[in-house]
Design a protein around this ligand. Structure first.
Ligand code: FAD
Ligand code: NAD
Length: 475
């Protein structure tokens, strides 16, 4: 007899495992299937985010930042270290340990919530059945009241620069390097290119990033992109815009990259080349041909605003569906879908999903950019406050950047908040809450912020919107 569950989730990344836990909290019987295998041969829950994405990259960003500050900044604080050395093996051991703890934590969470974590491959069949093939066993058919597809994404491979796992590598390989490459090339100045480029540059690599677009950080507000470009240049990241890669050839000693930019044909020779030109949804062998699931022209599973596929009772969430490929977006979709299955009213506010780049300075935003507001034809006002004028930022020796707020001239509603500077990824939460509550600029202006704190810069930027900043001359 086949086993049956109220909810079967395929994929235990941040979208799937959160959906499974929330569905169990509603009193459902839940199974969550995942086949992720790490390079040590061990299977682990947590998907890309915990194993090869958000968490290991932030661990390395932290280690490399501390090293960089010890080398370049400690002296200003009066700390004499007498030469700083980086132990890459120890750094990588710490990174692997954090990953192991957190992925093991999901197994613990599943146990506590009574979610059955199944290790192996899941495939949706017709009629809300799921074929589960354990990694070391025979296929089994699970009957499901509801199915949630959360299969995630994988790096896009360029045919002219195919991954070889040694010289031409993807982001996962780039997180697990056991030595600092003397020279490093990166194709793509997106989030991964900038974060991983920063890690290895801080550790001593000479990093060149080739970006196809003419505009740097085209998705960010222009004021933010401008200051970020200047800061990254100061840090030694050589970012070449409008660069079209024609060919990359790996040899014994390194990689020869042919590209073209406004000055014509160019060549770059590097020890390693990271290709980070985006990710694509994983859907191979995820559903049977007659299961009724539809893909769009880019390979994403077609869903409506509530993440419902065309098949009754089957949902899809996270990186395998439209929208930004972000862990928190997937998790929130997981919560929404589990609540909908439980018969509750639930929705996602896709307009206020925060974006964060964990570079130095950090970059974070939510809502609309100034260009988007301008294009919408809405009358608007803006205010900026530089971290240079923040006492806390000065104490931290982190004074680059600013907070910028864009508000409606008509009704004072905050439309977008853009932060480049220390802890931008933390500071943005206040802005997300403000936008979620459709707060006015005055609401922020009348909110008391602790002194001295970085958050005061958000407060001052809201005052600057109306020419009332107190700690910086108004425009
Ligand atoms: P995934 O995390 O990809 O998980 C999908 C899981 O499903 C995988 O474990 C996979 O093995 C499993 N699976 C797929 N098909 C099957 C099947 N048929 N049967 C069984 N199992 C299956 N996002 C952020 O928000 N913040 C960050 O700081 C951040 N940093 C990143 C850094 C890097 C280097 C990378 C690569 C990504 C980063 N991301 C970040 C993006 C983030 O990792 C993804 O948006 C997120 O992991 C998507 O979650 P998901 O659950 O949809 O998919
Ligand atoms: P991305 O979409 O952020 O950036 C890819 C970049 O590569 C773009 O700037 C694009 O113009 C460029 N590009 C594309 N094709 C190219 C080519 N042939 N030659 C040169 N440049 C080219 O993608 P990514 O950096 O690979 O990241 C993938 C996903 O992972 C993103 O959607 C991102 O949201 C997510 N992620 C998030 C975080 C975070 O939230 N901090 C960190 C890392 C990754």
């Amino acid at each position: 007899m086949s086993r049956s569950f109220d909810v079967v989730v395929i994929g235990a990344g941040p979208a799937g495992y959160i959906a499974a836990i929330r569905a169990a909290q509603h009193g459902n019987t839940v199974a969550c299937i995942d086949e992720w295998q790490n390079r040590d041969g061990k299977y682990a829950f947590g998907g890309t985010c915990l194993n090869a994405g958000c968490i290991p990259s932030k661990a390395l960003l932290e280690s490399s930042e501390l090293y960089h500050r010890a080398e370049h900044e400690f002296g200003k604080h009066g700390i004499r270290t007498g030469g700083v050395e980086m132990d890459i093996a120890a750094m990588q051991k710490r990174r692997a340990g954090i990953v192991r703890q957190l992925t093991g934590g999901i197994a613990g969470l599943f146990k506590a919530a009574r979610v059955e974590g199944l290790v192996g491959h899941g495939k949706l069949l017709k009629g809300r059945k799921v074929e589960f093939t354990p990694v070391d066993g025979k296929p089994e058919i699970l009957e499901a009241g509801h199915v949630i597809l959360a299969s995630g994404s994988e790096p896009i491979e360029l045919p002219i620069a195919k991954f070889d796992g040694d010289r031409i590598i993807d982001s996962w390989d780039a997180l697990e390097l056991d030595e600092v490459p003397g020279t490093l090339g990166v194709v793509g100045a997106g989030v991964i290119g900038l974060e991983l480029g920063s890690v290895w540059a801080r550790l001593g690599s000479k990093v060149t990033i080739l970006e196809a677009m003419d505009d740097f950080l085209f998705m960010a507000d222009r004021d933010v992109a401008k200051i970020a470009a200047a800061e990254f240049k100061k840090q030694g990241l050589d970012i070449k815009l409008g660069a079209t890669v024609k060919n990359a050839k790996a040899g014994k000693k390194g990689v020869k990259v042919d590209y073209e930019d406004k000055n014509g044909a160019q060549t770059l020779e590097v020890d390693k080349l990271i290709v980070a030109v985006g990710r694509r949804p994983v859907t191979e062998n995820l559903f049977a041909d007659d299961a009724g699931i539809q893909l769009d022209e880019r390979g994403f599973i077609v869903v409506d605003d509530e993440c419902r596929t065309r098949v009754k009772g089957v949902f899809a969430i996270g990186d395998c569906v439209r929208g930004p490929m972000l862990a928190h977006k997937g998790s929130d979709e997981g919560v929404m879908v589990a609540d909908l299955i439980a018969g509750e009213i639930a929705e996602m506010n896709y307009d206020v999903i925060p974006s964060v780049l964990y570079t130095n300075p950090e970059i974070a935003w939510t809502g609309k950019t100034e260009a988007e507001v301008r294009e919408s034809g809405k009358a608007y006002k803006t205010g900026q406050f530089p971290f240079m004028a923040s006492g806390r930022a000065k104490a931290m020796e982190q004074t680059s950047g600013f907070v910028k707020i864009i508000s409606s001239r008509e009704d004072d509603e905050i439309l977008g908040v853009h932060i480049v500077g220390p802890m931008a990824g933390e500071l943005i939460s206040e802005a997300v809450l403000a936008l979620e509550f459709s707060a006015s600029t005055e609401d922020l202006q009348r909110t008391i912020h602790a002194h001295p704190s970085l958050a005061e810069a958000v407060h001052e930027a809201s005052l600057a919107v109306d020419g009332k900043a107190l700690n910086f001359p108004n425009k």
